[in-house]
Design a binder for this molecule. Structure first.
Ligand SMILES: Nc1ncnc2c1ncn2[C@@H]1O[C@H](COP(=O)(O)OP(=O)(O)OP(=O)(O)O)[C@@H](O)[C@H]1O
Length: 459
């Protein structure tokens, strides 16, 4: 009988865990007592990270909006359906159903959430419910109505990046220079834009320039501007530089380590005295722009090799942050994957999904090009995959080659270990039998010193 019960429990759990829809159960104290794995594709959080926690704690992370939908059920003791937006860009149709105890009081709330792209023609019903919610004046006591406002589109569950965001925000809000380091594609440009948008300068210009993409002579005139007749081919009236255009705002110098020493000297003045000369200009100009600089190179090494001015480096790194590569923050991989799937489904008008096996292969890949590589990769998969579900066969050859190479290297590692273990066993077995280094050496057919070395190593 008991066994039967356990079998049933296992079966129910299996059914719930594998339900395509999200199943979310809350007790009267607003504690999440169950959620299935659909939480990963909806919010980027694994059930383990949600179960046992108050709904408010999870909701306040800004994972869905509207955040606070349960009071309606407690007031009316009725179920309802509402539309929710999630941090990963999904629109969910969420149905909350109250379950009552023997006294007729609400015992638990069972919530079912389905990705709206899977549904059709729900709009009129939803607008009715929306009105109902308004009429019953159930307040959504959220601070603002946008999720993850402070992250400005940056999807992350990595604590290091969250800390970096706060630190960078403080620096820019205080008017300090900020240096962002990190491999290509880790999100340096995105971080710069996000902190600008949340700063007190958000209504001022944000000017960005990629220093590696422009030849040196052009870069100087682009940055500092030039005066009438400064050089042949120049616009007659002269031209304002980006530093001038960014005045009172933010100037984002991407790949700053690619600038020449001459330009670095001029930038040092901008940072030190907030002054500069335009090309061919004689009048000193002033700027109140904040500089955010980024580099995917090891700037300290560049300084050591004489390619980058040490004094400029110290001016820039008042606050220095380094974004970790994607392979070192695997917890962001699934949320980013779903985020980009939603983004490109919307862009190209598809409703594609990805199979579990592909996701597991993504976990194994190193992502040398970081988030940019993942973004481009998913865009390509959305466009090129034949069916609604993206399968293993849709993955490009270079990707599978890289995974196979990794597997091969791993198997090489284990082959070496097997040989080593076998050698250890033989050496120690013979030594135990012979009880002398000389005899062991003879039995193994190696020199006495080699036998002594091996015995020492394995004993
Ligand atoms: N955490 C994130 N959430 C969502 N999108 C991201 C995130 N990080 C990066 N991206 C996206 O990845 C792409 C690359 O990001 P970004 O250009 O900011 O990287 P970068 O480090 O400045 O690269 P590079 O060094 O090559 O200039 C962009 O399209 C950006 O929107």
């Amino acid at each position: 009988m008991d066994n039967n019960k356990t079998d049933h429990e296992c079966l129910y759990k299996k059914i719930l865990d594998n339900s395509y829809d999200e199943i979310f159960v809350v007790d009267v104290n607003d504690i999440i007592i169950y959620v299935n794995e659909a939480s990963v594709k909806h919010y980027g959080l694994h059930p383990d990270e949600m179960i046992g926690k108050p709904v408010s704690e999870i909701a306040n992370k800004g994972l869905w909006y509207p955040r606070n939908i349960h009071p309606y059920t407690y007031i009316t003791k009725k179920g309802f359906t509402v539309e929710q937006k999630t941090v990963l860009g999904k629109t969910l149709v969420t149905t909350v159903v109250p379950v009552f105890d023997e006294n007729g009081d609400v015992d638990i709330l069972v919530q079912n959430a389905r990705d709206k792209t899977q549904l059709v023609d729900f709009e009129s019903e939803l607008s009715k419910i929306r009105k109902l919610l308004e009429n019953n004046s159930v307040q959504d006591n959220t601070i603002d109505n946008k999720h993850s406002e402070e992250q400005n589109g940056i999807i992350t569950y990595n604590n290091k990046i969250k800390k970096i965001l706060k630190l960078a925000q403080k620096a820019v809000s205080a008017g300090s220079t900020l240096l962002i380091l990190g491999e290509s594609g880790t999100g340096k440009g995105m971080l710069a834009k996000a902190v600008y948008k949340n700063s007190n300068r958000s209504d001022r210009p944000f000017i960005t320039i990629n220093c590696a993409a422009i030849p040196e002579n052009l870069l100087e005139s682009e940055l500092f501007g030039y005066e009438e007749g400064a050089f042949s081919g120049a616009v007659k009236s002269g031209k304002k530089g980006l530093i001038e255009l960014a005045n009172n705002g933010v100037l984002f110098l991407d790949e700053i380590s690619e600038t020449s020493l001459a330009i670095q000297a001029k930038l040092l003045h901008v940072l030190q005295d907030k002054t500069y000369y335009s090309v061919g200009g004689r009048e000193v100009k002033h700027t109140n722009a904040i500089i955010i600089a980024a580099s995917n190179k090891d700037i300290k090494e560049q300084v050591r090799q004489g390619y980058f001015r040490e004094d400029l480096y110290y001016r820039l790194n008042v606050v220095e942050v380094e974004l970790p590569p994607l392979r070192e923050r695997r917890e962001d991989l699934r949320p980013l994957t779903y985020f980009f799937i939603n983004k490109f489904n919307e862009k190209y008008g598809y409703k594609k999904e990805i199979c579990k096996e592909c996701l597991e292969l993504f976990d194994k890949y190193e992502w040398p090009g970081n988030v940019r590589e993942l973004e481009n990769f998913i865009e390509r998969l959305i466009i090129t995959s034949e069916d609604r579900i993206i399968e293993r066969d849709d993955l490009p050859e270079f990707f599978m080659d890289s995974i196979n190479e990794l597997k091969y290297n791993e198997s090489l590692g284990s082959l070496e270990k097997m040989v080593e273990d076998y050698q250890k066993k033989i050496v120690l077995d013979i030594y135990r039998k012979q009880k002398s280094i000389r005899k062991t050496a003879e039995a193994l057919g190696v020199s006495k010193s080699k036998a002594a070395r091996l015995i020492n190593k394995y004993k």
